[in-house]
Design a protein around this ligand. Structure first.
Ligand code: PLP
Length: 433
């Protein structure tokens, strides 16, 4: 198909009419399809359901160290869970805390503690400074931005490259502004672009000179095990790199089993240097006596070891990959050659990033909504919900069944084309839309 830019207004009008006919047909179906969040589908959740049978009233509730998992104790996690997750996230046994049901919760609390108490090496709580700023690679994860927004932390955006966030830019920013206290990173299958940070990016983030001596990297490794194919690029170990560079306390690593076992009912982790973990344990002990160790025990029995985790994730990929493939096939069929959109097909994670023509994303999402398709709001991938180009849309293909997903994406592509035609007509013929 010809690019829209090369088409005459008459040709665009004909095409618009036929697209409107297609859209009307879908509207008459009263669709109600949800592609707004990266949620596991029921079939995928079912994979872990056997985990619920691994503990019952006749089980031994004793952890390896003799602690009864039904009672208080082992604030940093039962030893077998510590060993399993330390192995999975490639850190030492004294460099990890096994938390509750949500890594986002750990991130929020970690930020709060830095704001109102201290991090190792800080002269005062961050909030006692006139300004606190955080670097936010964009497009990025809306809930990270909400944490900053809620706590009054100013967000500075930097662009993403195929190797991760633009480190040249980051190095310049952090070198001479001590109010920049940290950066959000989703280093593997970034949300939403699915990018894995290159070795060089990891090393430079770990080693860069920061004016703030208490600068922290919030390393949200939510998709550490979520490859869709066998050839997964390895992510360099950030904690080792920080240690090598003489910045051992620079990174807080987060992860969870939300998308390995049950979303919101899994186990989360916070890993960091021994010194950081020691302080955090002290701080957390005010907040809780211990996390849910029965869930930890259940997870250890179910996940067993890293090899088994990888096997489980292959079962997930068998469900998820056809969904990503279907989205890409429909994009290809409906949109390629028209020069109205670009997208990245990731090798893992939960999302795809879609760029429409500038100024079109909000209209596309609104039009899709009218046709019964809920997408992540346009702008959500930017701080304050403000995409300066109004072009980025996060696609979340994991939840709907394949048939529904195909319908939703077809409707979405029709909307993309209609709104792009409006833009071309407006730019070229002065026609109001
Ligand atoms: N981090 C990222 C990058 C995510 O995409 C998500 C969920 O979509 C989360 C964290 C939430 O993790 P949890 O369920 O462990 O709080």
């Amino acid at each position: 198909m010809a690019s829209f830019a090369s088409m005459k207004i008459d040709e665009l009008n004909v095409l618009e009419n036929s697209l409107n006919d297609r859209l009307d047909k879908f509207k008459r179906m009263n669709l109600n399809l949800n592609m707004s969040r990266g949620v596991p589908c029921t079939e995928q959740l079912d994979i872990a359901s056997d985990m619920l049978n691994l503990i019952n009233k006749d089980s031994s509730f004793k952890a390896e160290d003799g602690v009864d998992c039904r009672s208080y104790g082992d604030l940093a996690g039962i030893p077998e869970a510590v060993r399993l997750f330390a192995g999975m996230f490639e850190v030492g046994l004294n460099e990890i805390i096994i938390g509750g049901n949500s890594s986002l919760n750990l991130m929020y609390d970690t930020m709060l503690r830095a704001m109102y108490f201290e991090v190792v090496g800080s002269e005062k709580p961050w909030s006692k400074n006139e300004k606190v700023k955080f670097i936010c690679p964009v497009p990025g994860y809306d809930r990270h931005f909400s944490i900053c927004e809620g706590l009054g932390i100013e967000m500075i955006t930097v662009g993403m490259t195929p190797d991760g966030p633009d480190v040249d830019e980051i190095e310049k920013l952090v070198a001479d502004d001590d109010s920049i206290k940290g950066i959000w990173c989703v280093p593997k299958y970034s949300n939403p672009e699915g990018i894995i940070y290159s070795d060089e990016t990891v090393t430079r983030l770990a080693a860069m000179k920061t004016m703030a001596s208490d600068f922290r990297i919030f390393w949200d490794n939510a998709y550490a095990f979520h490859s869709l194919s066998d050839e997964s690029k390895q992510l360099k170990n950030i904690l080792s790199e920080c240690k090598k560079a003489g910045n051992p306390n620079r990174v807080f690593i987060f992860g969870s089993t939300s998308k390995i076992t049950f979303a919101g009912a899994g186990v989360s982790i916070l890993a960091s240097s021994e010194e950081n973990i020691k302080l955090i344990k002290k701080q957390i002990s005010i907040q809780t006596i211990s996390f849910d160790k029965i869930n930890q025990l259940r997870h250890v029995k179910y996940l067993k070891n890293i090899e088994n985790v990888k096997d489980i994730m292959k079962k997930h990929a068998a469900i998820i990959k056809p969904k990503f493939d279907a989205v890409c096939d429909i994009f290809e069929k409906e949109l390629s050659g028209k020069e109205i959109a670009s997208w990245i097909k990731p090798n893992g994670g939960y999302f795809m990033s879609f760029n429409a023509l500038d100024g079109c994303a909000k209209k596309i999402v609104a039009m899709a909504k009218e046709a019964g398709i809920s997408m992540t709001p346009a702008g959500a991938t930017y701080p304050y919900g403000n995409d300066p180009h109004d072009r980025n849309i996060r696609i979340a293909p994991t939840y709907p069944p394949l048939d529904e997903l195909k319908t939703a994406i077809e409707v979405f592509c029709i909307c993309v084309q209609i709104v792009s035609i409006w833009k071309h007509k407006k730019d070229n013929g002065g026609i109001k839309c």
